[in-house]
Design a protein around this ligand. Structure first.
Ligand code: 5AD
Ligand code: FES
Length: 351
């Protein structure tokens, strides 16, 4: 396809028409600097129509890096003996939330590996305490695959949102990123269950993961169209030295930005974070993410003593900074591009 045909596809997407899987493949394969710039300008206009220049912030609390899974890409995988494991106590988690609250955050993301020390009882207790102490805050969970019963209990305890990246919507690709104990089918079941249980749901994938292609990305787009998530987290794949994928090439900044723009056009009111991974491989990655259509940033509230240990990939940024520094830094970065951060709950807006 030539650039005129590609920009036509982008116009169709903007007009709310659905693209076929083949059209998605053409659009993804056809990325050039001009096409990317065209998509970004459309995406920014759409984002500004709905969210203005406000960038939502969410305080991220990485409370445990123990994980029962062995995903080939991830630095905290079970088999990585080099990972120094830690787990915050309930009181430490509450302290993080309290200092985040002081800084103005009204939404917390509790993220961890799949650590079964945090049983349903323990999780429920933590969620209830946060919701009691800070009743004007939204709580987001990002703790992986659990049973329907667990998802229901957390929801009843007050959790509002759940992030579970689908990683890839191509079953055989999924099989090459994960050991056989993990199944594509179960991941999909979890996402469907989370939707049914009334959470605001986030899915997502890494850009440039080994084995990814325009064809698998096209499936991701069709999957997102079908699931209708509230949020989609994407960031470049970055190799971690202690994993089977240590020698694989990292994902590209420009493809990540292009996909952010296309996602914004696919679903105008989507919550789209400019991720830490994007900021890790490009010093202005998060700013570029916002300028491509993203509208969320997630500063880290974890205690600095454990920051470095939550290392999903090499050279992760922000590991030495206090919560207040991270917040200030992002505020300044957003200001530098004419945007401003907001700390309210940051629910999706109607189109
Ligand atoms: N590079 C980039 N992102 C990664 N994730 C895990 N490992 C890596 C890596 N090496 C992402 C996965 C996971 C999320 C928490 O972080 O998509 O779902
Ligand atoms: Fe953490 Fe910049 S956002 S130091």
């Amino acid at each position: 396809m030539n650039e005129t045909q590609l920009t036509k596809l982008i116009d169709e997407l903007e007009a709310g028409h659905t693209l076929t899987e083949t059209q998605w493949i053409r659009l993804i394969e056809g990325q050039t600097e001009d096409v990317q710039a065209y998509a970004a300008s459309k995406a920014v206009a759409v984002r500004e129509r709905i969210y203005g220049r406000a960038v939502y912030t969410r305080g991220l609390i990485e409370f445990s890096n123990y994980c029962r899974n062995d995903c080939y890409y991830c630095g905290i995988r079970l088999s990585n003996r080099g990972a120094e494991r830690y787990r915050l106590s309930e009181d430490e988690i509450l302290d993080c939330a309290a200092s985040g609250y002081e800084l103005g955050f009204r939404t917390f993301v509790l993220q961890s590996g799949e650590d079964m020390y945090f049983t349903d009882d323990r999780m429920e207790h933590i969620i209830r305490r946060i919701k009691e102490d800070f009743n004007d805050c939204a709580v987001t969970l990002s703790i992986g695959e659990r049973s329907r019963e667990s998802y229901l209990r957390f929801r009843e305890a007050g959790a509002d949102r759940y992030l579970l990246r689908h990683e890839t919507a191509d079953e055989s690709h999924y099989g090459t990123l994960h050991p056989k104990e993990m199944s594509y089918e179960h991941r999909m079941y979890c996402l469907k269950t989370l939707k049914e249980t009334g959470y605001q749901v986030g899915c997502g994938f890494m850009v440039g993961s080994p084995g990814q292609s325009a064809a698998t990305l096209a499936k991701d787009m069709k999957f997102i169209e079908e699931l209708q998530p509230d949020m989609v987290g994407i960031g470049p794949f970055i190799p971690h030295h202690g994993t089977p994928f240590s020698g694989e090439p990292q994902g590209s900044v420009s493809q990540t930005l292009y996909l952010l723009s296309l996602l914004r056009l696919l679903k105008p009111n989507l919550l789209l974070p400019a991720t830490t991974a994007l900021g890790t491989i490009d010093p202005r990655g998060r700013e570029k993410g916002i300028l491509s259509g993203a509208n969320v940033v997630m500063p880290n509230l974890s205690p600095t003593t454990v920051r470095k240990k939550y290392e999903l990939y090499d050279n992760k940024i922000c590991t030495g900074d206090e919560a207040a520094e991270c917040r200030g830094c992002l505020e300044m970065r957003m200001k530098s591009i004419g945007y401003f951060t907001v700390t309210d709950r940051g629910d999706p807006k109607k189109e």
